[in-house]
Ligand binder design. Structure first.
Ligand SMILES: [Zn+2]
Length: 423
């Protein structure tokens, strides 16, 4: 039981006791007492249900921190899962042999931000088959043995790393349920390839680097941000060499890391990237909400999740020490071969951070632009492109924070454009 449900239970008991005492004073008959109790319980239930729903509803978010040019200002973009299903992979192998052919039309959204983050769902382990055997460089092919894109076993040609880098991505979280799809060696090979390309990774570590952290600290326009990735699980595959950071298992490990990083003088903000939640559910489960709150209370400024294949809402959260933080429960699919509006819709989420003097960073704005896959290509979605996609994303992230694909990011995050539009 978490603190919140304990508080609810205690307040429920206290309320029932108060009602009962009151009824005894009024000398009501037993049936009258019963009907009053049922009535009161219904009222209490409705209040609690409304509170729970309100706590997880999405919609517009605003922040008190001002966008002052005298401070350091940096912008960040985030997308959800990059998951190359078989049909998409075969298409790439038959055409350009660059995965970026799928997402290149959305690069304009990524390049608006100073720093960009994605979840790479699966290893990029050169020549490693599903048994963990090294078959050498078999070339850029789709063979379902070395390189595969089925529901339970993924492995991509490492060109995906240089393609992502060339499209403007700076950091990938590798902690997800497919992290061990090519076993321990798959993680080693993937991280080695990422280093060659110069793209940062978080959430996993090499088997021979037993004391390495699961985070990276980057400096973006003078703001130093620590990114940390974790996953709920690894599809039952055993992490025998302790290479993956878990979100819920051993909570002291992740919470201790967040606390330590957030207190470091050379870190201005901590962003956690959890891979969690129930697939195809738009409402975050209790464990997500509970742990998001724990990460934020431990010192994180933002929690940006993925895994459910569909979008889940964002929500501003004010910590007990008064910090304004943001949780985005799931950014859904960015690249994936799944069907239906909810699974073909993705979102590029943006966060603006400001830093004044030696203070820690603050969020001054959040925004988003929807994306949508048609056939084997992703498209940015603006007004006039796809009403249903706009409505779908607005239901979770509100209408005010939606940024048109062609509009500049910083003025929007700073609020001036929104003010102009409203006049
Ligand atoms: Zn996943």
């Amino acid at each position: 039981m978490n603190l919140k449900s304990f508080t609810v239970l205690v307040s429920k008991k206290a309320a029932s006791r108060a009602v009962f005492v009151q009824f005894r004073r009024q000398r009501l008959s037993p049936p009258q007492v019963l009907s009053r109790i049922i009535y009161m319980k219904t009222i209490i239930f409705l209040i609690l249900t409304w509170g729970a729903l309100a706590a997880q509803a999405g919609g517009d978010v605003t922040f008190n921190a001002v966008c002052d040019n005298r401070n350091s200002l940096a912008t960040f973009s985030f997308v959800g899962d990059v998951l190359i299903h078989k049909a998409l992979y075969q298409r790439v192998a038959a055409e350009t042999k660059h995965f970026s052919q799928i997402w290149r039309k959305t690069d304009v959204l990524i390049n608006k931000a100073d720093f960009s983050v994605a979840n790479l769902e699966g290893p990029a382990a050169l020549g490693i088959d599903s048994q963990g055997r090294d078959r050498g460089d078999v070339g850029f092919i789709y063979d379902d043995k070395v390189y595969s894109g089925t529901n339970f076993l993924f492995n991509y040609h490492p060109r995906i790393l240089s393609d992502l880098k060339a499209s403007g991505y700076d950091l990938l979280t590798m902690a997800n349920n497919h992290a061990l799809d090519r076993q321990s060696i798959g993680i080693d090979k993937t991280l080695w390839a990422a280093r060659q390309v110069g793209i940062l990774t978080v959430g996993t570590r090499m088997s021979q680097e037993r004391n390495a952290g699961f985070h990276q600290i980057v400096s973006v326009r003078g703001i130093r941000v620590a990114f940390l990735g974790c996953t709920e699980m690894t599809n039952g595959k055993n992490d025998s060499k302790d290479q993956v950071l878990f979100c819920y298992k051993n909570p002291e490990r992740i919470l201790g890391t967040i606390k330590e990083l957030s207190q470091r003088p050379d870190v201005d903000a901590v962003v956690v990237l959890p891979h969690w939640g129930v697939e195809y559910q738009h409402v975050p489960e209790a464990q997500q909400r509970n742990f998001a709150q724990k990460y934020l209370e431990a010192g994180a400024i933002a929690v940006v999740g993925s895994h459910p294949h569909v979008l889940q809402p964002w929500q501003k959260y004010v910590t007990r020490d008064g910090r304004e933080t943001l949780v985005i429960y799931s950014l859904g699919n960015f690249v994936a071969g799944q069907g239906g509006l909810a699974r073909k819709t993705g979102t590029v989420a943006y966060i603006g951070l400001s830093k004044e003097g030696s203070q820690k960073a603050k969020i001054f704005g959040a925004a988003y632009t929807p994306t949508y896959r048609r056939d084997a290509e992703l498209f940015p979605i603006g007004l006039g492109d796809a009403k249903d996609v706009i409505q779908h994303t607005a239901a979770l992230y509100g209408a005010q924070g939606r940024l048109e694909p062609s509009a500049p990011l910083l003025p929007f995050l700073c609020g001036s454009q929104r003010l102009t539009e409203n006049q």
